[in-house]
Ligand binder design. Structure first.
Ligand SMILES: *Cc1c(COP(=O)(O)O)cnc(C)c1O
Length: 419
């Protein structure tokens, strides 16, 4: 069983909503820091371990700064994410740049920052050389194809657009060697929201075996192996969080059997999780606007899928609680909706909840990663504010809510007059 908690009492939340109107995302700094330390601890026995927070999961500079203080780097996959990392004071070895279908300007910026560039395709080697010049160190992204079983969100590796085949990988390192590159990394990311700890140990083992083959066939000693992100979180009450200690220990043992006999036991271990770092420590808080009773019962919130689209996009489960009504019987079945003109704008379908009324505050759990970040403005719906609960109990706004002016910012109404 996973337990779903919220860090504020009803009175504290009501007080907060007087300062900041709903909907908003709230993040818990203390819980994020504690979790970051758990990650560092669990993988700490592996050489040179470092987590690069996947910026796309929650691209807020305040959270990135907190994670930087906890020793994490940043995993970026776009120009905006690179610029955000730069603004937070990250550079060089602090940044992994893992992109695909990459535009030239992104390679140029990544190279300028001294980021670790992770290439998605063998053709990107000459492309990078042409647009930015080859850096001293290059990482290649491996797609194990049928070697590795599928995963619900990413799907089967051989259907995934990412990475090099095994043959291309050898060809790629060989080409880089010819071009004078001497420092290498290896990367794979084959899971998303995966809860089976063994899956990550198996991925590490596949990459370790590959590291040995690269050593034997090309004489390359990799500097690091990045096993990607994708560690899941228990969105559902009956799911278990991934036992990080077990993953860290399993990988440590794999170092001993697979790498040590070949003198490769110093290869650094990198991880680039997003979801597991901030997901459980962020909540979307909304207010019940209307209750509607037609063929079904509907609760209409002041939040919509623009604030959290995972349920609409993947049919994902997000637990919902109603502060102040925790002890009432969950005897009413609702579809919990937003106001967007799409019938999949629902946070929950056929969900048993206590009887709700307009004005009730509703907390949607596990919204701290791939939540606000996935927001969009379709239908003129605006992205909400993001708030941070500090360790001292104070709450600060770390991103304001969008306004209609933001929505219109790309339009030229002056030009319209003469049009
Ligand atoms: C999305 C992504 C991640 C993070 O995934 P999580 O599921 O949030 O851990 C890491 N690396 C790459 C390359 C990604 O695309």
């Amino acid at each position: 069983m996973s337990e779903k908690t919220f860090p504020l009492s009803l009175a504290e939340l009501q007080e907060l909503t007087r300062r900041f109107p709903t909907p908003f995302h709230l993040y818990d700094e203390k819980a994020i820091r504690q979790n970051a330390r758990r990650v560092t601890q669990a993988f700490g026995r592996n050489p040179g371990f470092r987590e690069f927070f996947a910026v796309k999961a929650c691209p807020n500079p305040y959270l990135m700064k907190i994670l930087k203080e906890e020793g994490f780097g940043a995993d970026c996959s776009s120009l905006a994410e690179l610029l955000l990392s730069e603004r937070v004071g990250l550079s060089g070895d602090d940044i992994m740049f893992t992109s695909n279908d990459t535009p030239a300007e992104e390679f140029v910026k990544a190279k300028e920052l001294g980021a670790i560039i992770n290439l998605d395709d063998v053709t990107h080697i000459p492309f990078l050389e042409k647009v930015a010049g080859l850096p001293e160190r290059v990482c290649l992204r491996y797609n194990p194809g049928p070697l590795k079983g599928g995963n619900a969100i990413i799907g089967k590796p051989e259907e995934a657009k990412y990475g090099f085949t095994r043959e291309q990988l050898f060809e790629g390192y060989r080409l880089l060697l010819e071009k004078g590159v001497r420092r290498f990394g290896l990367h794979a990311m084959v899971a998303s929201n995966e809860l089976n700890p063994q899956y990550f140990i198996d991925t590490a083992e596949i990459l370790f075996a590959l590291a040995v083959a690269l050593k034997e066939q090309l004489g390359i000693s990799l500097e690091f192996i990045n096993i990607g992100g994708g560690i899941g979180i228990p969105y559902q009450l009956d799911q278990q969080p991934v036992d990080l200690e077990r993953v860290g220990q399993g990988i440590h043992e794999a170092y001993g059997c697979l790498l040590a006999p070949f003198g490769l036991e110093k290869i650094k271990l990198y991880l680039e999780c997003g979801r597991m770092i901030t997901g459980p420590y962020g909540w979307l808080v909304a207010t019940v606007r209307h209750i509607k009773d037609t063929y079904k019962k509907y609760v209409g919130l002041d939040a919509c899928m623009a604030n959290l689209m995972r349920p609409a996009l993947y049919g994902a489960y997000h637990h919902i609680t109603v502060p102040g009504k925790e002890n009432l019987p969950q005897d009413t079945m609702y579809d919990v909706t937003g106001s967007l003109c799409e019938n999949n704008d629902k946070f929950a379908i056929n969900r048993m909840l206590p009887k709700l009324e307009p004005g009730d505050l509703v907390v949607i759990h596990d919204a701290g990663a791939h939540g606000h970040a996935m927001g969009f403005q379709y239908n003129g719906k605006l992205r909400s504010a993001e708030l941070l609960l500090r360790e001292d109990g104070s709450v600060v706004e770390i991103r304001r809510a969008e306004t209609v002016d933001d929505y219109f910012a790309t339009l030229d109404f002056k030009g319209l007059r003469d049009f």
